[in-house]
Design a protein around this ligand. Structure first.
Ligand code: MV4
Length: 665
């Protein structure tokens, strides 16, 4: 076995490969760009080499530099992961020329699968079923139109050099063909540099079912069953599962054997995936073959108990496949949900930012998280915005799906937008639960899947108020502890007042709708009565770090509250709410000119910036007080004179206490 390998990738797949290599006692070399200098894969590897600036073209795609680092570091093999150089024939060839093992298929196999029509020619010769259609060299419009007529509408026009759904046109009738063909050719030429197209019978409700295949250098080949990846959004897989729902043994064996034939037809070695369209009547058709380890390979690992990266290293090292076909069995059911940094309120465009808070479901044999990102990492625009893959297993599909919902409801991210709510909606949807799958699933259930976030309600506001008061009490207790007599009732910062109902007014602003929620929080023995517009609620609880144990009128639950810059992110029963804690403070714009400036709430004077008799300008800071762990600057409401100061630094003040006598000019 290799004593050292280089991983020519980043993020979760780099960490994934490092984990298996380490398990096998293989040393690892990471490569990284400027943006990844503190990334997880760099920390995990035995050594890490710098590539260059963040853009992939200046770092992870620099084939020669990567080979040079492999040679300098003494790495005997290179694992390309997926994406980047993983299906780059030239890179595979360059590795071979430099006597560095490319952990993947022979360059010739990558080449063979590079073009859709060439791949179909090879598959046809290997008796791999193709969708009825035409994928030849004749590209004249009339000829193609005649082919379409013979196939029967609807047909699909596809750019031969296209991929991922780009350069496709559905044509419903003969009259529409000419325009669709011209449009498709124009796009193909501009996007892929070739206007060659193929024509296929359009399957209206297919599923995307793919077979994991593995072949070694001694002509052994096996399949490791199927994955259903039909749930895609804009040709981006969202949730994948294994095995595929509703598969019969006969269909599984038939697709598996066809996939092995496809691999053998191109002299394949290593991990490969043969993608099929599975029609409603059970017929299946070759779509394409991916000559790399797929993102979704973990669901196959979970149901077979195999480590596919270990298989890759062993096969690349010239060893035979670790298992024969008969030794491979399906056990249970697995799902993978791809957690993306994307904004559902902005058409799921990538979201960037820093992961200020990241709480993940606890992991064990049945809940796995493959990630390359940890708390406080930055998700940048340079690379794929996938934060992690959440993979779950259980004895059957319903149990695995329930486990997925549970894990998703425990996943907490603050600092950037994610698709977690969308994933939860998907995993909770009846259609998904009933395995009513096809490649158009998300579009079909669009209205039920893209639902508004749950509205802010009294419960959320009550929890936010509880948190705010406990934080202040916690602050107050710490503060009192510093005083001469920490037990003096007069110094307790808990709103207690002699012969008065003690209360605090706290205002929250919904971060999305900007609606304001005014509350009056009354101290009630060891609880708080939160008075809101729609009524009042008695709430109590304990705060430990960011965990809030709540008792709301008898209902007990735990919430997570993350506070950053006065913005509260509250995770309550699997839903996230964002509230801004409104800064009640005095400033030039909320007091009239000759106002005596009073304290907005009990607190401590922490600095005085002027002396009595000083002339000041509008907005000039006069003093700063601290309350509820926030600083409130009391500013001059207009040009004028500070005629008297009633307090000095260190003084405690009550809510409403007169702080400054001010006379405007
Ligand atoms: C098709 C098809 C229906 N009929 N071919 C989309 C991109 C590429 N993977 C092939 N694709 C399709 N080819 C015929 N003859 C429907 C799709 C398709 C699709 C396939 C798999 C997964 C998701 C998809 C989403 C839209 C369309």
């Amino acid at each position: 076995m290799f004593d050292k390998i280089l991983i020519a990738n980043r993020g979760e797949i780099a960490c994934r490969v490092i984990r298996s290599a380490r398990k096998m006692g293989v040393k690892t070399v990471a490569v990284y760009s400027d943006a990844d200098k503190n990334a997880m894969h760099v920390k995990m590897a035995d050594e890490a080499w710098h590539l260059g600036p963040a853009p992939a073209k200046e770092s992870y795609l620099k084939a020669e530099l990567i080979i040079d680092i492999a040679k300098k570091s003494g790495a005997k093999a290179v694992h390309p992961g997926y994406g980047f150089l993983s299906e780059n024939t030239a890179f595979a060839k360059a590795c071979e020329e430099n006597h560095i093992v490319f952990i993947g298929p022979p360059a010739s196999a990558i080449d063979a699968m590079g073009s859709k029509s060439a791949a179909k020619d090879i598959m046809k010769k290997a008796d791999v079923p193709l969708v009825p259609g035409y994928h030849g060299d004749h590209q004249e419009a009339d000829y193609l139109k005649t082919q379409a007529y013979g196939i029967g509408y609807p047909v699909l026009i596809k750019a031969t050099a296209g991929g991922g759904g780009k350069g496709m046109r559905i044509v419903e009738s003969h009259d529409d063909f000419d325009e669709a063909l011209s449009s498709c050719k124009r796009e193909a030429l501009s996007s892929f540099g070739s206007d060659e197209v193929l024509i296929e019978k359009y399957l209206t409700k297919p599923r995307h079912v793919e077979i994991q295949v593995f072949a070694d250098s001694q002509s052994n080949a096996v399949h490791l069953f199927e994955r259903d990846c039909s749930v895609q959004r804009r040709h981006q897989k969202v949730i994948e599962e294994a095995p595929a729902p509703g598969m019969t043994e006969e269909l599984r064996n038939s697709m598996g054997q066809v996939a092995i034939n496809a691999a053998k037809a191109i002299g394949y070695q290593g991990a490969g995936t043969v993608e099929f369209l599975l029609d409603e009547d059970g017929s299946f058709y070759f779509m394409e073959m991916n000559t790399r380890l797929q993102v979704e390979h973990p669901v196959t690992e979970m149901i077979t108990g195999q480590d596919l990266v270990e298989w890759q290293l062993r096969v690349a090292n010239g060893e035979p496949l670790p298992c024969s076909q008969d030794e491979l069995l399906i056990n249970g059911h697995a799902f993978e949900a791809r957690v993306y940094a994307e904004d559902p309120d902005n058409d799921f465009l990538p979201s960037t930012g820093r992961l200020n808070h990241l709480a993940t479901p606890s992991t064990h044999r049945h809940v796995r998280i493959d990630t390359g990102i940890e708390q406080n990492d930055e998700v940048s625009v340079h690379y794929d915005p996938m934060i992690a893959k959440l993979i779950v297993w259980d004895k059957d599909r319903a149990s695995a799906l329930a486990r997925l919902r549970g894990a998703l409801s425990e996943y907490q991210v603050v600092g950037l937008k994610t698709n977690l709510d969308f994933l939860f909606q998907l995993a909770s949807h009846d259609g998904f639960n009933n395995a009513d799958l096809d490649t158009n699933f998300i579009a079909r259930f669009q209205d039920e899947l893209f639902v508004e976030k749950p509205a802010i309600n009294d419960q959320v506001i009550s929890v936010a108020a509880l948190y705010t008061m406990l934080k202040q009490q916690d602050y107050g207790n710490h503060h009192t502890a510093d005083l001469a007599d920490p037990y003096s009732p007069w110094d307790k910062v808990d709103g207690w007042r002699l012969n008065e109902d003690n209360f605090h007014r706290v205002t929250f602003v919904d971060n999305n709708s900007k609606l304001e929620y005014l509350t009056t929080v009354h101290f009630r023995d060891s609880a708080f009565l939160v008075e809101q517009e729609n009524g009042e609620h008695l709430i109590s609880g304990e705060l430990s770090e960011n965990q809030l144990r709540v008792n709301l009128e008898g209902e007990r639950f735990t919430a997570t509250v993350i506070e950053k810059d006065h913005l509260l992110s509250l995770f309550i029963k699997g839903h996230e709410f964002q509230l801004e804690l409104k800064q009640e403070g005095l400033s030039a714009d909320d007091t009239d000119a000759n106002a005596n400036l009073t304290a907005p709430m009990p607190g401590t004077i922490i600095s005085v910036a002027v002396d009595a008799g000083d002339k000041v300008e509008a907005g000039q800071p006069i003093l700063v007080m601290e309350a509820m762990k926030m600083e409130h600057t009391i500013k001059a409401p207009a040009d004028g004179i500070v005629t008297e100061l009633f307090y000095q630094t260190g003084d405690l003040v009550d809510e409403g206490a007169e702080l400054v006598l001010f006379e405007a000019e």
